[in-house]
Ligand binder design. Structure first.
Ligand code: BMA
Length: 324
C-alpha cells in the first residue's frame, strides 16, 4: 500500500457536511430520501435523482441540482418521475434506486431503476435528455432482479447491462447484452457473492455505474452480511476488462467502506451505506460518491480512482469465484 497516498488505509472520505440531504430539506411531505443516482449535466451542475419514499411506503424519484455537488440544492417542487402503474403495472409498488449513465452515442442519459411489482422487484429503463421528460422502455429484466447499471458505450457492438438476479444459488452480479436497449440476452454471471462468513456472502450487487479507467471497469459493489440483528451493507471493489467486461481482473477480499457514522448506523434501516451514483471532478481522478445512509438520508464521500486501483493492486486477486 502506498503509505503517502493512503496513510490510514481510508479510501472513501466522508464529507464534513454529511448527511447532505434528508427529508427535512424536501419541499413536500415525505418519509425519507436516500439511494440517489448522480450525474453531471452539460453545464457542470451535479444532478441527483433521489429515491424518495412517501408516507405510504412507496418510492418515486425526484431531481435535486447543485452547482458544487455539496450544498445549495434546488429540489424539484413535485416528484420528477412518479410510478405509472396504469401504463407500467410493474411500477405498482414504486420505483427505487436509480443509476444514471450518460450515453454519448445517444446524447441522452439512461436511467435504470428498480420497479417494484406484485411479482417482486425488476429492472426498468428510461431515457431522458433533461431529467424533466422521460421515455420509458418498461421492464428490461423481470423479477426478481435489481441493482442494475448500463455501460456508457457498446461493447462488441452491443449495449451491456450489469444487474443482479436472484437465483436459488444466491444473488450474484450478471451482465446481459442488447442491440437496442429493449431486447436483452447472452446473460452471463460475472461476479459471485461469496459464502459462509465472508462480508459479501450470499448477496452482492453493483453500487454506482462502473467507472471507466484505462485499466478496466472499476466496480464498487455492495455486499450484504446477514447478522442476528439485521443486514449489514458494506462496499467492496472489483476491476473488469474494458473490452470483455465479463472478465474479472481483480477483486478485493476486504470491504473498503461500511456503516460507522451515526447517520449510517441509525435510521429506518440500520447499518446501510448504499451508493447509486458518482460524479468525476475536473482533475479526472477524484470522484464524489453519493450514498444512501440507513435508508433515511443522502451522504457524500470522496475517493481517488488512482488510490482505489492501487488498493486493488495490493489487496486484490484475480476472480476468486471458485475458491471460496
Ligand atoms: C436493498 C435495496 C436498497 C435498500 C437496502 C437496505 O435491498 O432495496 O434500496 O437501501 O436494501 O434496506
Amino acid at each position: 500500500m502506498t503509505a503517502e497516498l493512503n496513510p490510514n488505509g481510508i479510501l472513501l472520505h466522508r464529507h464534513p457536511a454529511n448527511p447532505i440531504l434528508s427529508g427535512r430539506d424536501w419541499p413536500y411531505p415525505i418519509n425519507s430520501v436516500f439511494n440517489a443516482g448522480a450525474t453531471l449535466l452539460a453545464d457542470g451542475t451535479t444532478l441527483l435523482l433521489c429515491r424518495v419514499e412517501d408516507r405510504r411506503g412507496l418510492s418515486h424519484l425526484t431531481a435535486a441540482r447543485s452547482a458544487n455537488g455539496v450544498d445549495g440544492w434546488k429540489i424539484d417542487p413535485t416528484p420528477t418521475l412518479m410510478p405509472d402503474a396504469e401504463n407500467f403495472p410493474e411500477e405498482i409498488w414504486g420505483i427505487e434506486d436509480p443509476r444514471i449513465t450518460f450515453v454519448p452515442e445517444l446524447e441522452q442519459y439512461v436511467v435504470t431503476y428498480t420497479s417494484y411489482s406484485r411479482g417482486g422487484p425488476g429492472v426498468s429503463l428510461a431515457l431522458t435528455k433533461d431529467f424533466r421528460s422521460f421515455e420509458r422502455y418498461g421492464v428490461v429484466m423481470p423479477p426478481d432482479d435489481k441493482d442494475s447499471a448500463l455501460l456508457p458505450r457498446k461493447v462488441g457492438g452491443y449495449w451491456a447491462l450489469i444487474h443482479r438476479p436472484m437465483t436459488p444459488l444466491g444473488a450474484h452480479m450478471w451482465i446481459s447484452y442488447s442491440p437496442d436497449l429493449r431486447h436483452w440476452g447472452r446473460h452471463r454471471l460475472i461476479l459471485e457473492a461469496r459464502r459462509g462468513a465472508w462480508w459479501d456472502a450470499n448477496k452482492i450487487g453493483i453500487s454506482p455505474p462502473p467507472i471507466e479507467t484505462p485499466r478496466g471497469w472499476l466496480m464498487l459493489y455492495h455486499g450484504v452480511r446477514q447478522t442476528p440483528s439485521g443486514c449489514l451493507y458494506r462496499l467492496g471493489l472489483a476491476l473488469f476488462d474494458l473490452e470483455d467486461p465479463e472478465k474479472c481482473l481483480l477483486r478485493g477480499d476486504s470491504w473498503i467502506f461500511g456503516p460507522e457514522a451515526e447517520y449510517e448506523r441509525n435510521g429506518d434501516v440500520a447499518d446501510v451505506v448504499f451508493p447509486c451514483g458518482y460524479t468525476m471532478k475536473p482533475d479526472g481522478d477524484t470522484i464524489n460518491i453519493y450514498y444512501g445512509a440507513a435508508d433515511c438520508a443522502i451522504a457524500l464521500a470522496t475517493a481517488s480512482v488512482r488510490s482505489l486501483l492501487e488498493w486493488l493492486d495490493v489487496n486484490g486477486a484475480s476472480d476468486r469465484r471458485h475458491r471460496t
